[in-house]
Design a protein around this ligand. Structure first.
Ligand code: HEM
Length: 398
C-alpha cells in the first residue's frame, strides 16, 4: 500500500490521472458488502458515470434551494425539544440527538419521507455495522462473508429501505425528486438498469452518506464552540446581526461568513470522511516513485489537513485560517474535506447548507459549555470518524 500525503500527489491521483485510479480495492470492497454498487463504493468506469449522471441534478444548488425550509423546520423541532427539557442543567448527548436530526433531514429532503419509529433501530444498526467494518480495516479476520451478525444487520437495514420503496411505489402522485431518479435507475432505458437488490444498496448508500458524515461534523462544531467561548461569542454576534432572530434562508447563509469559517476549520481538523483508497489500474509514477499496477493508494484526509508545510501549528483550532486573505495564501487543493476530481462528494452543497443552518439556529438559541472536569474528546476511527464516547455538553438558553 502506498500512502500519499502531498497536494501534488492528491491532485495526481484524484484529478489529473483519475482515469487510472478506481475504487476496486480492499477498503471499498468491504464497504460494497453493505452498499453493493452504491455510488460511494462503486468501483468506477461507465457504470459509476451513469449512476452519477442520474443522481447529480438532485444535488445541484437549484435543488438545495427547495430543501432548505425542511432543514430549518426539523432543526427548530430539536431546539424546541432541548429548550423544553425538565432539567435545563442536564448534560445533553448532542452527538446522538444530532445524528437523529441529520437522518430525519436526509429522509425528508432526499426521499420525501417523515421518519417513523423504526429510524432509531436503523441508526443503532448502522452504528454497529460501522464499528464492525471499521475494526475489519485494522484486523481483517475473519472475512466479512463469514460474519452472520453483519448479514443480519444488512438484512434489517434492507428491510427498512424496502418499506420506503414499497410505500413510494404504492403512491400514485408523480414526483421529480431524488427518490424518483433512483427508482428510474431500475428501468431498462436509464442506462443503469439496477436489480431490486442493487437499488436497495444505492438507496442505503445515499441515506447513510446523507446523515453519517454531516452529523459527526455538526457534533464536532458544537464541541469546538463549547471549548472556545470567544469563538462561540463571535458566531452568536454574527447570527444575531445577520438574522435578527429570523430563521436562516439560503440567501442569508452567504452572509454568515464567520460561521462558515468555523465550519471549515472544524472540517479540517475533524474531517469525517477521513480516508479513502484507490487502485492503480496500470503502472504509474507518483513523485518519482514507481506505482506498480494493482497497488492500493491510500489517502488520509486527517493527516493531509495537518500537513505542517501548509498549516502552521496544524493541531490548533483557528477559524482565521479561512479568512479570505489567509485562504488566498494557500494552494487551493491543500484543503479538500469533500474530495476532488470526478468523484468529489455529490452531497457537498447539501451538507454545507445543512451544517450552516443547524449551527446558526443553535447559536441563536443556546450557549454551549463543556461540563466541568470533562476530558478532551478523542477520535473513534470507524469507517467515518466519530467522537469517541460521543459529545456531551451543557446547553443554556440565551
Ligand atoms: C460534512 C459532510 C460530508 C463530507 C465531509 C463528505 C465527504 C466526502 C468525500 C471526501 C468524498 C469522496 C471520497 C473519495 O473520493 O473517495 C465523498 C463522496 C460522496 N459523498 Fe460525501 N461527504 C459529506 C456529506 C455527504 C452528503 C450529505 C451526501 C448526500 C447524500 C454525500 C454523498 C456522497 C456520495 C454519494 C459520494 C460518492 C460520490 C461518487 O463517487 O460519485 N456526502 N464525500
Amino acid at each position: 500500500m502506498v500512502l500519499v500525503n502531498h497536494p501534488d500527489h492528491f491532485q495526481h491521483v484524484l484529478v489529473d490521472a483519475h482515469a487510472n485510479y478506481d475504487k476496486d480495492n480492499f477498503l471499498y470492497r468491504a464497504v460494497q458488502t453493505v452498499f453493493r454498487g452504491g455510488l460511494v463504493s462503486n468501483p468506477g468506469g461507465e457504470r459509476w458515470r451513469a449512476r452519477r449522471r442520474m443522481m447529480q441534478p438532485s444535488f445541484n444548488r437549484g435543488s438545495i434551494v427547495d430543501l432548505s425550509p425542511g432543514m430549518t423546520d426539523l432543526t427548530g423541532r430539536l431546539l424546541d425539544r432541548w429548550a423544553a427539557r425538565d432539567d435545563p442543567d442536564a448534560v445533553v448527548d448532542v452527538s446522538a440527538d444530532i445524528r437523529d436530526l441529520a437522518l430525519k433531514i436526509a429522509l425528508r429532503s432526499l426521499f420525501g419521507v417523515e421518519a417513523g419509529a423504526d429510524v432509531a433501530a436503523f441508526e443503532r444498526n448502522f452504528l454497529e455495522l460501522n464499528t464492525i467494518i471499521g475494526n475489519f480495516f485494522r484486523f481483517p479476520f475473519p472475512p466479512l462473508s463469514r460474519r452472520p451478525r453483519l448479514r443480519a444487520l444488512i438484512q434489517d437495514m434492507d428491510g427498512f429501505v424496502d418499506r420506503l420503496v414499497t410505500d413510494r411505489e404504492a403512491d400514485p402522485a408523480e414526483r421529480r425528486d431524488l427518490f424518483s431518479a433512483l427508482l428510474a435507475m431500475t428501468h431498462h432505458t436509464s442506462g443503469v438498469n439496477l436489480t431490486r437488490q442493487e437499488l436497495l444498496g444505492e438507496i442505503l448508500s445515499t441515506i447513510v452518506s446523507g446523515y453519517e458524515t454531516s452529523s459527526n461534523s455538526m457534533a464536532w462544531v458544537f464541541y469546538r464552540l463549547a471549548r472556545h467561548p470567544e469563538i462561540q461569542r463571535r458566531v452568536q454576534e454574527e447570527v444575531d446581526r445577520v438574522l435578527d432572530g429570523r430563521a436562516p434562508t439560503l440567501e442569508s447563509l452567504s452572509e454568515l461568513t464567520y460561521t462558515r469559517m468555523v465550519i471549515d476549520e472544524t472540517l479540517r481538523l475533524h474531517t469525517p470522511a477521513w480516508q479513502t483508497m484507490r487502485r492503480a489500474i496500470a503502472d504509474d509514477e507518483i513523485g518519482g516513485y514507481r506505482i506498480p499496477q494493482g497497488s492500493s493508494v491510500y489517502l488520509n484526509f486527517l493527516t493531509y489537513h495537518r500537513h505542517p508545510e501548509f498549516w502552521p501549528d496544524p493541531d490548533r483550532f483557528d477559524p482565521e485560517r479561512f479568512a479570505p486573505e489567509n485562504a488566498a495564501k494557500r494552494p487551493r487543493n491543500v484543503y479538500q474535506p469533500f474530495g476532488s476530481g470526478p468523484r468529489y462528494c455529490i452531497g457537498k452543497y447539501f451538507a454545507l447548507t445543512e451544517m450552516q443552518i443547524v449551527v446558526a439556529m443553535l447559536a441563536q438559541t443556546f450557549t454551549l459549555t463543556v461540563p466541568p472536569g470533562q476530558r478532551p474528546v478523542g477520535f473513534a476511527p470507524l469507517v467515518t470518524l466519530h467522537p469517541k464516547g460521543g459529545i456531551r455538553l451543557r446547553l443554556a438558553r440565551r
